[in-house]
Each structure stands twice: as C-alpha cells, then as structure tokens.
Design a protein around this ligand. Structure first.
Ligand code: 9D3
Length: 268
C-alpha cells in the first residue's frame, strides 16, 4: 500500500523523482566538488537527487613526477594534457558509467544553450571532460568525445567552471530540486523572454518610487505590466531572442504599447 507521503510527492511534482549521475574528469577535483557545497545544487546532492563523482588524471599517472602535461608535436608555446593519464581516467569512468555521453568542455565547442542542457539532463547522466593547458590531443576528441561544448566567446583557464555551470543548470531541471518558491517562477509566461524588473522594500529608494501598478493589488494589471516589461526589455536588449519567439496577439499588442511609450518619451 502506498503511503500518503509518496502519493503527495507524486501529485506535487507530476513525475517520479529521478537521480542524476554526473562524472567529471578534472585535474582540480576539489574545485569542481565545491559546486555541491551551496544552494540549490548543494540541497539536491544532500537529498540524493544528484550524485557527483570526480576523476583526476593525476591518479592515473605512473611516473615519479605524476606528469599530466606533454609537449605539442610541431613545437610552439603551451602544453597539452598528457594522453595516457587521460585515456586511463576515461576508461575508469566508463567502467562505472558505460552508457553516458562524454562531453568535452572547450573554447572550440558548440555554444551552450538551455536546450542542450535540458536534453542532457533528461538522459539522467553525463561525463564532463575538463580541458586544461591548451587542450587535448585531437585523436582523443575523435575517438572518445561525444560532444564538445563552449560557454561562449571569452577565455577562461580550463573546463572546470564550464562543467560547474552545466551541473548547476542541469540540476535545476531535476524534479524536486527547486523549492516551491523557486519553481513557481518557471511556469510563468516569460519563456524565451528576459525577466521583468522586480521591486522590494523600501517603497521610496532615494526619491525613486516603486511603479504604482505594483502597489494597488490588481493582479490582472500587475501581470499585464510584468509581461509588457518582459517583452519591452527583450526588444531593447535581446532582439535576437524576440525574433526566435512567437508572440500571440495580446503579447504583440503589449509590445507595441511599450514601443510607442518608449518612442514618446525619447522624443521629449
Ligand atoms: C591560444 C588560443 N586559446 C584558445 C581560444 C587557448 C586556450 C584558451 C583557454 C586554450 C584553452 C583554454 C581553456 N578554456 C577552456 O577550457 C574552456 C572554455 C573557454 O575558455 N571559454 C568558453 N568556454 C570554455 S569551456 C572550456
């Protein structure tokens, strides 16, 4: 017989609570492990929703100096990650998690999007390989790597922060990882748009007052105002997002109002 508790958990989340397993191959495991020390991801790990394992290629070295870097053929400055320790670390992970995709985080990767993280989270597991130095041997990418992802067009020192970004974003998508207050936001109108502005106390901040519509308690007006702001800010700051979003007639009307008000205040 089912307990009242498990029934209510089922009803609240709408789907069974699944566990995600993430393996990370990294020269800095203590750094990556910090991602489960705080906040949403920390709570998910405590609740057993997320299992995080780090694998250090340095543990798979055989020489006295535990060498993890090597010189590039063809010369030039910079080092690469040494092949054999990486190969052995990959083999050790694969023995424990044979069916997971191996995602290499590098500046040459596909530009990371929420959709890629959602698709990966739905598979329930992933292996992240964090590059250091100038990266890894191209034959490892060809033979071992399933996907290559990048955070964007800026330079960071290795794949660890990128792996932590992915772990955070994927964990937020697990049923039960967000508290009620946090997840209530997710099902608002604003998917594909920037968020509206938010206000809290005090009502008057150095002569700058909270918009009156938020103070009068009319929730139809408040929702319309918020959606209009979200549309307007997306139009101003991220026209690329707006182009990829289908607006219904009501949204188009709200945006037209926002643009008209903007043009009017700009002329004066
Ligand atoms: C000399 C050319 N640089 C490549 C753009 C060298 C280089 C810079 C940074 C080689 C490796 C790195 C380390 N970066 C990552 O491992 C990385 C990364 C990034 O730098 N930007 C955005 N996303 C990512 S994911 C991994």
């Amino acid at each position: 017989m089912k307990s009242i508790l498990s029934e209510s958990v089922w009803w609240l989340t709408g789907c069974p609570i699944i566990k995600m397993r993430i393996d990370v191959i990294t020269l800095f495991p203590q750094f990556v492990q910090q991602v489960i020390s705080c906040g949403v991801v920390g709570r998910a790990a405590e609740q057993g929703l997320l299992e995080l394992h780090c694998w250090n290629p340095r543990e798979y070295t055989a020489d006295r100096h535990r060498t993890v870097d090597d010189r590039p053929y063809g010369g030039g400055p910079g080092m690469l990650m040494k092949v054999e320790p990486l190969q052995d670390a990959i083999g050790a992970v694969r023995a424990k998690n044979p069916n997971a995709r191996l995602v290499y985080l590098s500046p040459q990767g596909r530009l990371l999007k929420q959709r890629m993280l959602a698709d990966q989270a739905a598979l329930g597991t992933v292996i992240f390989l964090c590059g250091r130095y100038e990266g890894i041997d191209e034959r490892l990418i060809e033979q071992e790597v399933d996907e290559e992802w990048s955070l964007g067009d800026y330079v960071i020192s290795g794949g660890e922060l990128a792996a932590m970004v992915c772990i955070d974003a994927m964990t937020r998508l697990l049923p039960g990882a967000l508290g009620d207050d946090e997840s209530a936001q997710q099902d608002s109108f604003s998917e594909g748009l920037l968020d509206c502005p938010h206000y809290t106390r005090p009502e008057d901040y150095r002569g700058d007052c909270v918009p009156a519509v938020l103070m009068n308690g009319n929730h139809r007006d408040i929702n319309a105002w918020r959606e209009k702001q979200a549309l307007g800010r997306t139009w101003q700051r991220r026209p690329d997002l707006l182009e990829a979003t289908r607006l219904d007639d009501r949204q188009q009307e709200l945006l037209d109002e926002y643009i008209a008000e903007f043009e009017r205040t700009r002329k004066r």
